[in-house]
Design a protein around this ligand. Structure first.
Ligand SMILES: [Zn+2]
Length: 169
């Protein structure tokens, strides 16, 4: 007793169970800015000279940070964007909804999956960050974090996904 009974009505476990049963396997991949590289100057510039002098050290990105790849598989509900729209269309979804392209998808993702947190904000458009679904890479062009009816702000993500065109390698 004395136990909070919020869990009885919380709908997040139901969402997770539904995704476990009916969701698609999707790879979530983000390049997070990690630690500042030792080469980085106090003014925030990276120093290629330092890297030539330390050829065995890892190479930082343009901003002088040693990025860390975060990648894991998650279950998500993915549907064509033409048959499903955001549940809160007043959110920052205009990018997607104003210009739906062939192959655009709407994805419902958990906020947390097996202890890992998903974040679709500030998604890179340069291709470092991507969602791999059905053997294709997608980038996130709109995202809305939808709260639970019980007030928990982290119920699920609604995400607009746009196919990344195959670039000849
Ligand atoms: Zn560096």
């Amino acid at each position: 007793m004395g136990e909070c009974d919020r869990g009885v009505t919380a709908t997040i476990p139901q969402l997770i169970a539904t995704l476990e049963a009916m969701g698609s396997d999707v790879t979530y991949h983000r390049e997070d800015d990690g630690a500042a590289c030792p080469c980085r100057s106090p003014e925030g510039f990276r120093d290629p000279v330092w890297h030539r002098a330390h050829p065995l050290e890892p190479v930082c990105n343009e901003q002088g940070f040693l990025t860390v790849a975060v990648e894991f598989t998650v279950k998500a509900s993915i549907q064509p964007a033409v048959t499903r729209s955001f549940s809160r269309p007043d959110q920052r979804t205009d990018v997607l909804l104003a210009d739906i392209q062939k192959n655009d998808k709407i994805g419902v993702f958990p906020v947390e999956w097996n202890g890992k947190t998903l974040n679709f904000l500030d998604w890179s458009e340069a291709g470092e960050d991507y969602i791999l679904y059905d053997d294709h890479r997608y980038m996130v062009v709109a995202a809305d974090k939808v709260p639970d009816i019980d007030g928990d702000p982290n119920h699920h993500w609604e995400v607009g996904l746009r196919l990344v065109r195959d670039r000849s390698l």
